[in-house]
Design a protein around this ligand. Structure first.
Ligand SMILES: [Ca+2]
Ligand SMILES: [Ca+2]
Length: 320
């Protein structure tokens, strides 16, 4: 019996070590620090693109091939610091900071039309796929108070600005001498010259190296933060794509100039949702695996949220 126990101990130790190895948290391998953004735009070479991808989501099935003229695109998502300079110079008030027009929302009682925006709040558990369990309209939430009254952006100057509508983003873009990219331009730039599902290859996390800020774990209840950030990351923490652009995939979704048509049949009118690209820190493999250049999603035209930002395109080299 004693001999049996002596023989059993190493076996149990081995089993325990194997279990510990299997259950270990995956390696975190992001850039050791997030360098201060340098705010250049980069030149995107001319070329052609067949937008979309066959085989993932219906709305992203391949579209018609398009030519892309050379253009310039911000290296990063527009940050709080950049947007603050725009507001300081123009006194611009974002849509989330204004009381909504009752005429534009006849189905909502006027008393409920208050300034604010949609904020993600991780639920302890969920009972259905009803997104109201994790998205809440928070009165007073806006780009300067991303989580509502009492929150702020102190020390978050390098984070992407959020809670903007497309009109807000377009106003900023015009102020800096640019415009919002078309969906095809954005997707072409996001590929960075690659033809693989991800700009960096075929695997989401190649060799335990995290290439974008997404959601690791089970959305929306368990966020393991294996890429180093459970929420928004400062811009530029993850490797650039082949054109030198950071965070095209993940961190925050990015607004484009176009309305959303799931069948890509016709340009959408002003009343349609807008097209957003790239996925965000809330995209997980079990929900919204849209952290790819081909993926696309509609977004309400007049509602800010804390997982959508943008970057600016320019037809000629912008002033630095
Ligand atoms: Ca993350
Ligand atoms: Ca992004």
């Amino acid at each position: 019996m004693k001999r049996f126990l002596i023989a059993l101990v190493p076996t149990l130790l081995l089993v325990g070590l194997v279990a510990l190895y299997v259950m270990r948290p995956p390696a975190i391998d992001i850039a050791p620090s997030c360098p201060a953004p340098t705010y250049q735009a980069v030149e995107i070479p001319a070329g052609t693109i067949t937008p979309g991808s066959d085989g993932v989501y219906m709305e992203e099935l391949n579209g018609t091939p398009q030519s892309i003229n050379s253009f310039w695109l911000d290296k990063y998502e527009v940050t709080n610091a950049q947007f603050a300079r725009f507001v300081a110079a123009t006194n611009y008030r974002t849509v989330a900071e204004r009381t909504p027009d009752p005429a534009a929302h006849p189905d909502i009682p006027a008393a409920l039309l208050t300034p604010g925006a949609a904020v993600f709040q991780r639920p302890a558990r969920i009972t259905s796929d009803d997104i109201s369990q994790w998205w809440r309209f928070i009165e007073g939430a806006n780009w300067q108070q991303p989580f509502g009254p009492g929150s702020g952006i102190t020390d978050r100057g390098a984070d992407p600005v959020v809670h903007l509508t497309r009109a807000d983003a377009a106003a900023y873009a015009q102020w800096v001498g640019g415009r919002l990219p078309t969906e095809a331009e954005w997707e072409y730039a996001a590929r960075g010259g690659a033809t693989t599902p991800f700009p960096w290859g075929n695997r989401l996390v190649p060799a335990d190296r995290h290439m974008a800020n997404i959601w690791h774990g089970i959305f929306p209840v368990l966020n393991e933060g294996q890429d180093g950030f459970e929420g928004i990351a400062p811009v530029g923490c993850y490797p650039a794509n082949g054109y030198g652009l950071h965070d095209m995939i993940g961190n925050v979704w990015e607004l484009t100039a176009e309305g959303f048509d799931p069948a890509r049949r016709t340009p959408s009118g002003d009343s349609a949702p807008v097209t957003i690209k790239g996925g965000s820190y809330l995209c997980a493999s079990n929900y919204c695996a849209r952290y790819r250049p081909a993926a696309r999603h509609p977004q309400e035209r007049d509602m800010g949220t804390n997982h959508i930002g943008f970057r600016v395109a320019y037809d000629t080299r912008p002033a630095s």
